[in-house]
Design a protein around this ligand. Structure first.
Ligand SMILES: [Zn+2]
Length: 272
């Protein structure tokens, strides 16, 4: 599933492809249920003529503010779901079989939304706060301080791994980077959040930022090296995701378990 580094990579790719400044001329929606707001007819009408002002990200959501005419502003919001991907391509390029939706642009190209598993979501709204869930400050923008993290974990007895996946606690976090952050911080994913010390929360906050930043840097290099066809999924984490695999730190065997149904891998020796 695309997590913060993948969505941030998608955002930077859209900017590099010079999507800002272009206007949408038409939307071809291949799976009607993907469009959450408004209804399909209004969506197609509302999108037409909208000039993309910028590409923002909030957690795992891509936001494209659009200006249409003199005053009307709306925001196209895209969520990549379980396996979605975005690209801007000339209309004449062969269509990837998993492209579900295409948004034509005024320069002969189109924004293509691949979504094989149909978990992607699309909104067109005047005010993004109408549809976005509560999201923590972005871990990459400095707002997710150890104090903010400590406050959201206060009194929560659930396993720390489960809480890291709540978008109101760490916006953009997903299963892989939650495990990676806990590995870097040396914290057992099954521990109760309320039982973490202040020092452990400091370490966890730093590890979250480090894990996400390291991955984004890998995407940065890969994007430049393989443009215009950059990779969408890189193995950006350092811990193994196989039971019994050697720990990169102590060489002892990794353990696999499930925390709230999500596959979770950790070193029982290094993550006390
Ligand atoms: Zn270890």
């Amino acid at each position: 599933m695309p997590e913060l580094p993948e969505v941030e990579n998608a955002r930077r790719c859209l900017i590099k492809a010079e999507l800002p400044g272009r206007a949408f001329t038409k939307a071809d929606i291949g799976w009607a249920k993907s469009v959450k707001t408004p209804d399909l007819e209004e969506f197609a009408l509302g999108l037409r003529g909208g000039v993309v002002q910028d590409v923002h990200r909030r957690g795992k959501y891509i936001l494209l503010p659009l200006v249409n005419g003199e005053s009307e502003t709306r925001t196209l919001i895209l969520h990549l779901g379980m396996s979605g991907g975005l690209s801007v391509q000339p209309r004449t390029n062969p269509m990837h079989p998993l492209v579900r939706h295409t948004f034509s642009l005024d320069d002969g190209r189109e924004l293509r939304f691949e979504d094989g598993r149909k978990f992607g979501k699309i909104w067109l709204v005047s005010d993004p706060s109408e549809v976005l869930p509560p999201l923590s400050p972005d871990p990459l923008e400095g707002g997710l301080t150890p104090q903010v993290l400590a406050k959201s974990l206060e009194g929560r007895n659930a396993p720390i791994k489960a809480l890291l996946l709540e978008q109101s606690i760490v916006a953009g976090m997903g299963n892989l980077y939650a495990d990676e952050s806990l590995f870097l911080a040396g914290i057992n994913p099954t521990r109760s959040a309320a039982g973490l010390t202040g020092e452990e929360i400091d370490r966890l906050q730093q590890s979250i930022v480090n894990a996400l930043t390291a991955s984004i840097e890998k995407y940065e290099t890969a994007r430049d090296e393989s443009w215009p066809d950059p990779p969408r999924a890189l193995t950006g984490w350092t811990h193994p995701r196989t039971e019994g695999a050697p720990c990169p730190r102590c060489n002892g065997p990794f353990t696999g378990t499930r925390v709230r149904g999500r596959g979770t891998y950790y070193c029982p020796k290094c993550q006390g």
